[in-house]
Design a protein around this ligand. Structure first.
Ligand code: MN
Length: 293
Protein backbone atom coordinates (compact mmCIF):
# COMPACT_ATOMS: atom_id res chain seq x y z
CA UNK A 1 0.00 0.00 0.00
CA UNK A 2 1.44 3.33 -1.03
CA UNK A 3 1.03 6.50 0.97
CA UNK A 4 -2.43 6.94 2.44
CA UNK A 5 -3.91 10.38 1.75
CA UNK A 6 -5.62 11.84 4.82
CA UNK A 7 -8.49 14.20 3.96
CA UNK A 8 -10.47 16.14 6.54
CA UNK A 9 -14.21 16.07 5.98
CA UNK A 10 -15.98 19.42 6.21
CA UNK A 11 -19.17 20.32 8.06
CA UNK A 12 -22.02 21.14 5.69
CA UNK A 13 -25.51 22.44 6.49
CA UNK A 14 -28.14 20.45 4.58
CA UNK A 15 -31.01 22.60 5.83
CA UNK A 16 -33.00 23.31 8.98
CA UNK A 17 -29.82 23.26 11.04
CA UNK A 18 -28.93 19.67 10.16
CA UNK A 19 -25.14 19.64 9.94
CA UNK A 20 -23.43 16.70 8.28
CA UNK A 21 -19.83 15.82 7.59
CA UNK A 22 -18.99 15.91 3.88
CA UNK A 23 -16.12 13.59 2.94
CA UNK A 24 -16.60 13.71 -0.86
CA UNK A 25 -16.09 15.73 -2.91
CA UNK A 26 -13.27 17.76 -1.42
CA UNK A 27 -10.55 19.85 -2.99
CA UNK A 28 -8.13 16.99 -2.38
CA UNK A 29 -10.30 14.19 -3.76
CA UNK A 30 -13.34 14.44 -6.04
CA UNK A 31 -14.25 10.78 -6.53
CA UNK A 32 -13.47 7.20 -5.56
CA UNK A 33 -14.46 5.11 -8.56
CA UNK A 34 -17.96 6.33 -9.46
CA UNK A 35 -18.64 7.40 -5.85
CA UNK A 36 -18.72 11.19 -6.13
CA UNK A 37 -20.43 12.38 -2.94
CA UNK A 38 -20.36 11.19 0.67
CA UNK A 39 -22.17 12.77 3.59
CA UNK A 40 -21.96 11.26 7.07
CA UNK A 41 -25.18 12.06 8.98
CA UNK A 42 -25.04 11.85 12.76
CA UNK A 43 -25.11 9.91 14.91
CA UNK A 44 -27.54 12.43 16.36
CA UNK A 45 -30.37 12.24 18.85
CA UNK A 46 -33.07 14.68 17.76
CA UNK A 47 -35.08 16.55 20.36
CA UNK A 48 -38.76 15.76 20.72
CA UNK A 49 -40.62 16.84 17.60
CA UNK A 50 -37.39 17.37 15.65
CA UNK A 51 -35.90 15.34 12.82
CA UNK A 52 -34.33 15.45 9.38
CA UNK A 53 -36.53 17.05 6.74
CA UNK A 54 -35.25 17.62 3.21
CA UNK A 55 -37.91 19.01 0.88
CA UNK A 56 -38.49 18.12 -2.76
CA UNK A 57 -35.38 18.60 -4.87
CA UNK A 58 -34.21 17.35 -8.26
CA UNK A 59 -31.29 15.21 -9.37
CA UNK A 60 -29.78 14.30 -12.74
CA UNK A 61 -26.87 12.16 -13.87
CA UNK A 62 -26.37 10.20 -10.66
CA UNK A 63 -27.73 7.58 -8.31
CA UNK A 64 -28.41 8.48 -4.68
CA UNK A 65 -27.37 5.76 -2.26
CA UNK A 66 -28.52 5.73 1.38
CA UNK A 67 -27.05 3.39 4.02
CA UNK A 68 -29.04 3.61 7.23
CA UNK A 69 -27.44 2.66 10.55
CA UNK A 70 -29.92 4.16 13.03
CA UNK A 71 -33.33 5.79 12.64
CA UNK A 72 -36.17 5.63 10.13
CA UNK A 73 -36.41 7.86 7.06
CA UNK A 74 -39.28 8.15 4.58
CA UNK A 75 -38.25 8.51 0.92
CA UNK A 76 -40.82 9.85 -1.55
CA UNK A 77 -40.16 10.54 -5.23
CA UNK A 78 -41.73 11.80 -8.43
CA UNK A 79 -42.18 8.23 -9.71
CA UNK A 80 -44.65 7.66 -6.88
CA UNK A 81 -42.37 5.60 -4.66
CA UNK A 82 -42.86 5.90 -0.91
CA UNK A 83 -40.42 3.84 1.13
CA UNK A 84 -39.35 3.86 4.76
CA UNK A 85 -35.71 2.85 5.15
CA UNK A 86 -34.66 1.19 8.40
CA UNK A 87 -31.31 0.22 9.94
CA UNK A 88 -29.37 -2.31 7.88
CA UNK A 89 -31.03 -1.28 4.61
CA UNK A 90 -30.00 0.52 1.42
CA UNK A 91 -32.01 2.78 -0.87
CA UNK A 92 -30.77 3.37 -4.42
CA UNK A 93 -32.46 6.02 -6.56
CA UNK A 94 -31.45 6.44 -10.18
CA UNK A 95 -31.85 10.02 -11.34
CA UNK A 96 -30.71 9.70 -14.96
CA UNK A 97 -32.57 12.29 -17.05
CA UNK A 98 -34.38 13.69 -14.02
CA UNK A 99 -36.15 12.83 -10.78
CA UNK A 100 -37.38 14.62 -7.64
CA UNK A 101 -37.42 13.30 -4.09
CA UNK A 102 -37.88 14.29 -0.46
CA UNK A 103 -36.56 12.68 2.71
CA UNK A 104 -38.06 12.93 6.20
CA UNK A 105 -37.51 11.39 9.59
CA UNK A 106 -40.54 9.17 10.22
CA UNK A 107 -41.08 10.58 13.72
CA UNK A 108 -39.69 13.37 15.87
CA UNK A 109 -37.18 12.65 18.60
CA UNK A 110 -35.51 9.72 16.84
CA UNK A 111 -31.85 8.92 16.53
CA UNK A 112 -30.31 9.18 13.08
CA UNK A 113 -27.08 7.74 11.77
CA UNK A 114 -26.58 7.26 8.05
CA UNK A 115 -24.28 7.63 5.09
CA UNK A 116 -25.66 9.34 2.00
CA UNK A 117 -23.74 8.92 -1.20
CA UNK A 118 -24.01 9.69 -4.87
CA UNK A 119 -22.76 7.46 -7.66
CA UNK A 120 -21.99 9.21 -10.95
CA UNK A 121 -23.65 7.54 -13.92
CA UNK A 122 -21.32 6.66 -16.79
CA UNK A 123 -21.85 8.24 -20.22
CA UNK A 124 -24.02 5.36 -21.48
CA UNK A 125 -26.43 5.77 -18.53
CA UNK A 126 -26.22 9.45 -17.58
CA UNK A 127 -29.47 10.31 -19.37
CA UNK A 128 -31.35 7.07 -18.55
CA UNK A 129 -34.87 6.83 -17.16
CA UNK A 130 -35.30 7.36 -13.44
CA UNK A 131 -35.80 4.48 -11.02
CA UNK A 132 -35.83 3.50 -7.38
CA UNK A 133 -34.80 0.31 -5.57
CA UNK A 134 -35.00 -0.61 -1.88
CA UNK A 135 -32.71 -3.35 -0.56
CA UNK A 136 -34.14 -4.54 2.78
CA UNK A 137 -31.60 -7.32 3.33
CA UNK A 138 -27.93 -7.16 2.50
CA UNK A 139 -25.24 -9.85 2.50
CA UNK A 140 -23.74 -9.92 6.00
CA UNK A 141 -21.28 -12.16 7.85
CA UNK A 142 -19.05 -12.31 10.92
CA UNK A 143 -15.32 -12.86 10.62
CA UNK A 144 -12.49 -12.34 13.10
CA UNK A 145 -14.45 -10.18 15.52
CA UNK A 146 -15.93 -8.00 12.76
CA UNK A 147 -19.42 -7.75 11.36
CA UNK A 148 -19.28 -7.29 7.57
CA UNK A 149 -22.21 -5.85 5.63
CA UNK A 150 -21.87 -5.68 1.86
CA UNK A 151 -23.66 -2.54 0.71
CA UNK A 152 -22.82 -2.58 -3.00
CA UNK A 153 -20.97 -4.70 -5.52
CA UNK A 154 -18.77 -7.69 -4.72
CA UNK A 155 -16.33 -8.39 -1.91
CA UNK A 156 -14.53 -11.55 -0.76
CA UNK A 157 -16.62 -13.82 -2.97
CA UNK A 158 -19.97 -12.31 -2.02
CA UNK A 159 -22.17 -10.05 -4.14
CA UNK A 160 -24.80 -7.42 -3.44
CA UNK A 161 -26.48 -7.48 -6.84
CA UNK A 162 -27.92 -3.97 -6.96
CA UNK A 163 -28.72 -1.78 -9.93
CA UNK A 164 -25.20 -0.41 -10.36
CA UNK A 165 -23.89 0.88 -13.67
CA UNK A 166 -20.14 0.70 -13.12
CA UNK A 167 -17.75 -1.61 -11.21
CA UNK A 168 -17.73 -0.56 -7.56
CA UNK A 169 -17.95 -1.79 -3.99
CA UNK A 170 -19.32 -0.50 -0.70
CA UNK A 171 -18.67 -2.29 2.60
CA UNK A 172 -19.61 -1.53 6.21
CA UNK A 173 -17.38 -3.04 8.87
CA UNK A 174 -18.29 -2.95 12.56
CA UNK A 175 -16.35 -4.26 15.55
CA UNK A 176 -17.73 -4.15 19.07
CA UNK A 177 -14.64 -5.44 20.86
CA UNK A 178 -11.98 -4.24 18.43
CA UNK A 179 -10.28 -6.41 15.83
CA UNK A 180 -7.47 -6.73 13.34
CA UNK A 181 -8.61 -7.56 9.84
CA UNK A 182 -7.04 -8.10 6.45
CA UNK A 183 -9.38 -7.03 3.67
CA UNK A 184 -9.02 -8.45 0.16
CA UNK A 185 -8.93 -5.66 -2.38
CA UNK A 186 -9.21 -5.57 -6.16
CA UNK A 187 -6.00 -4.07 -7.56
CA UNK A 188 -7.99 -2.55 -10.44
CA UNK A 189 -10.03 -0.52 -7.95
CA UNK A 190 -9.14 2.62 -6.07
CA UNK A 191 -10.40 2.73 -2.47
CA UNK A 192 -11.36 5.21 0.20
CA UNK A 193 -12.24 4.60 3.82
CA UNK A 194 -14.25 6.71 6.25
CA UNK A 195 -14.43 5.86 9.96
CA UNK A 196 -18.07 6.40 10.99
CA UNK A 197 -17.41 5.69 14.68
CA UNK A 198 -14.31 4.97 16.69
CA UNK A 199 -10.82 4.80 15.28
CA UNK A 200 -8.86 2.68 12.83
CA UNK A 201 -5.11 2.16 12.34
CA UNK A 202 -3.59 1.25 9.00
CA UNK A 203 -0.21 1.79 7.40
CA UNK A 204 1.13 2.81 10.79
CA UNK A 205 -1.29 5.73 11.03
CA UNK A 206 -4.43 6.35 13.01
CA UNK A 207 -7.66 7.69 11.50
CA UNK A 208 -10.45 9.07 13.65
CA UNK A 209 -14.15 9.51 12.88
CA UNK A 210 -14.72 11.59 9.74
CA UNK A 211 -11.10 11.54 8.58
CA UNK A 212 -11.33 10.23 5.03
CA UNK A 213 -8.46 8.01 3.97
CA UNK A 214 -7.82 7.73 0.23
CA UNK A 215 -6.00 4.46 -0.35
CA UNK A 216 -5.32 4.69 -4.08
CA UNK A 217 -5.13 1.96 -6.68
CA UNK A 218 -3.30 -1.32 -7.10
CA UNK A 219 -3.36 -2.86 -3.61
CA UNK A 220 -4.37 -6.51 -3.17
CA UNK A 221 -5.14 -6.28 0.52
CA UNK A 222 -5.46 -3.86 3.40
CA UNK A 223 -4.49 -4.61 6.99
CA UNK A 224 -6.53 -2.59 9.47
CA UNK A 225 -6.78 -2.46 13.22
CA UNK A 226 -10.17 -1.38 14.54
CA UNK A 227 -10.42 0.07 18.05
CA UNK A 228 -13.35 -1.17 20.16
CA UNK A 229 -16.74 0.18 19.00
CA UNK A 230 -15.46 1.13 15.57
CA UNK A 231 -17.44 1.28 12.35
CA UNK A 232 -15.90 2.02 8.97
CA UNK A 233 -17.24 2.55 5.48
CA UNK A 234 -15.03 1.22 2.67
CA UNK A 235 -15.69 2.49 -0.86
CA UNK A 236 -14.02 1.29 -4.02
CA UNK A 237 -14.37 1.26 -7.75
CA UNK A 238 -12.66 1.39 -11.09
CA UNK A 239 -11.35 4.92 -11.59
CA UNK A 240 -14.13 6.85 -13.34
CA UNK A 241 -13.20 7.39 -16.98
CA UNK A 242 -14.33 10.95 -17.54
CA UNK A 243 -14.36 13.91 -15.18
CA UNK A 244 -17.84 14.96 -14.08
CA UNK A 245 -19.22 18.38 -13.33
CA UNK A 246 -21.15 18.74 -10.11
CA UNK A 247 -23.40 21.59 -9.09
CA UNK A 248 -26.07 21.62 -6.37
CA UNK A 249 -27.93 18.33 -6.88
CA UNK A 250 -26.82 17.80 -10.46
CA UNK A 251 -24.05 15.67 -11.96
CA UNK A 252 -23.18 15.62 -15.65
CA UNK A 253 -20.47 15.70 -18.24
CA UNK A 254 -20.94 19.36 -19.20
CA UNK A 255 -21.80 22.66 -17.58
CA UNK A 256 -24.35 23.24 -20.34
CA UNK A 257 -26.24 20.06 -19.41
CA UNK A 258 -26.30 21.04 -15.74
CA UNK A 259 -27.38 24.60 -16.54
CA UNK A 260 -30.22 23.18 -18.64
CA UNK A 261 -31.33 21.00 -15.73
CA UNK A 262 -31.33 23.96 -13.39
CA UNK A 263 -33.39 26.08 -15.81
CA UNK A 264 -35.82 23.16 -16.24
CA UNK A 265 -36.19 22.89 -12.45
CA UNK A 266 -36.71 26.64 -12.05
CA UNK A 267 -39.31 26.63 -14.85
CA UNK A 268 -41.27 23.75 -13.30
CA UNK A 269 -40.60 21.59 -16.37
CA UNK A 270 -42.33 18.19 -16.51
CA UNK A 271 -38.84 16.75 -16.91
CA UNK A 272 -38.70 16.44 -13.13
CA UNK A 273 -42.25 15.55 -12.19
CA UNK A 274 -43.31 16.21 -8.63
CA UNK A 275 -43.54 14.52 -5.27
CA UNK A 276 -47.27 14.26 -4.58
CA UNK A 277 -48.33 16.59 -1.79
CA UNK A 278 -44.87 18.11 -1.45
CA UNK A 279 -45.14 21.18 -3.70
CA UNK A 280 -44.93 23.47 -0.68
CA UNK A 281 -41.44 22.24 0.14
CA UNK A 282 -39.78 22.65 -3.24
CA UNK A 283 -36.11 23.58 -2.74
CA UNK A 284 -34.73 26.57 -4.62
CA UNK A 285 -31.40 26.16 -6.42
CA UNK A 286 -28.71 28.74 -5.67
CA UNK A 287 -27.65 30.82 -8.70
CA UNK A 288 -25.43 28.97 -11.17
CA UNK A 289 -21.75 29.66 -10.47
CA UNK A 290 -20.80 29.87 -14.15
CA UNK A 291 -21.26 32.88 -16.43
CA UNK A 292 -22.53 32.37 -19.94
CA UNK A 293 -24.64 29.27 -19.36
MN1 MN B 1 -31.34 14.10 -2.83
Amino acid sequence: MSQIQRIAGRPSDIGEGMVVLRALPTRARRMVGAWCFLDHLGPVQFAAGQGMHVGAHPHIGLQTFTWLIEGEVLHRDSLGNEQVIRPGQVNLMTAGHGIVHSEDSVAGGQRLHAAQLWIALPADAVDCAGGFAHYPELPGWDDGGCRFTLLAGSFAGRTMAGDFRSPLVGLDLWSEAGAMARLQLDPEFEYGLLPLQGEVRMGGESFATDEFAYLGLGAESLAIDLAPATRILLLGGQPFGEPVQMWWNFVGFSKAEIARAQRDWEAGSPRFGRVAGDEGRRLVAPPLPWAGY
